[in-house]
Write a protein that binds this ligand. Structure first.
Ligand SMILES: [Zn+2]
Length: 268
């Protein structure tokens, strides 16, 4: 048995240039170009397998805009999250509580993917080794939060049962593959989920922000650690999409997210 739920944990409001690089550019004939906001939905994936529950990403901290995030982060990425979009409420839609989850996978260590890790202190937490190490050194080498490039220090100081640093790709439970998609950050873990009825889903998380980013041709995102690895990872997703005739779900596409069947709907 293998099934998953898509959890809606709210959205972030940010300048579109942060999403698609160079979205608004001043030119000779249009020198006063207007910048626009983009809404980034933030999803978590809850997987139910024969022996338990796995949570893939944990969203943004509910008190993000009340001081959990430093001010510069609040300015750049405003969080909108209703009571119904809080993690405990989303899990309750699926009939469980945070205590039922003994395995968490973090795609990468950015603030909108690590925010509720404090709810899973008794869990094994799989993280991409390269991004775990880079994020830890980034937030601990200065007090200047503007240098934290998308990492939230408070989230990165939460103790859990164990952080398992992933380098190699592996099958975490039958039907669920953990894959490497670096570039957006030094390391990034995507998921390939093979369902019996609906077929294969690929969740690349922030390796592919939106459908516009995916293309083809692929576009650069605003936040980008390693350009050549980033584009290589997108083409790896495309190769896997063809191989499995899969459904690819980019992490933060507003229009696509509105069409997805979310919890309590169960994908099988
Ligand atoms: Zn993100």
């Amino acid at each position: 048995m293998l099934e998953f739920y898509i959890l809606d944990t709210g959205y972030l409001l940010t300048d579109k240039n942060n999403v698609v690089a160079g979205s608004t550019m001043a030119t000779r004939s249009n020198p006063d170009v207007k910048h626009t906001f983009y809404r980034l939905p933030v999803m978590n994936i809850l997987i139910h397998h024969d022996n338990g529950w796995i949570l893939y990403d944990v969203g943004s901290h509910p008190d993000a805009m009340k001081g959990h995030w430093p001010n510069d982060l609040q300015e750049g990425y405003q969080l909108f999250q209703t009571i119904e979009q809080r993690p405990e409420v989303q899990l309750a839609l699926c009939g469980i509580t945070p205590k039922d989850i003994d395995t968490v996978i973090l795609s990468h260590m950015h603030f909108d993917h690590t925010g509720n890790i404090h709810l899973y202190k008794d869990a094994d937490v799989y993280v991409p080794k390269a991004d775990f190490e880079f994020s830890q050194s980034t937030v601990h080498q200065t007090t200047d939060t503007t240098k934290y490039v998308g990492y939230c220090k408070k989230d990165l100081e939460v103790p859990v049962r164990q952080y398992i640093l992933v380098e190699d790709e592996f099958e975490i439970v039958p039907g669920v593959e953990v894959i490497n998609l670096p570039g957006h950050t030094p390391g990034l873990l995507g998921l390939v989920i093979h369902l019996e009825q609906e077929g294969t889903y690929i969740f690349p998380m922030d390796a592919v922000y939106t459908c516009e980013i995916y293309g083809p041709p692929a576009k650069a995102s605003g936040l980008l650690h390693n350009r050549s690895e980033y584009f290589k990872s997108i083409e790896k997703v495309r190769m896997l999409e063809k191989k499995y005739n899969a459904t690819v779900i980019p992490a933060h596409d507003w229009d696509l997210f509105q069409t997805l069947k979310k919890a309590p709907f169960c994908h099988r």
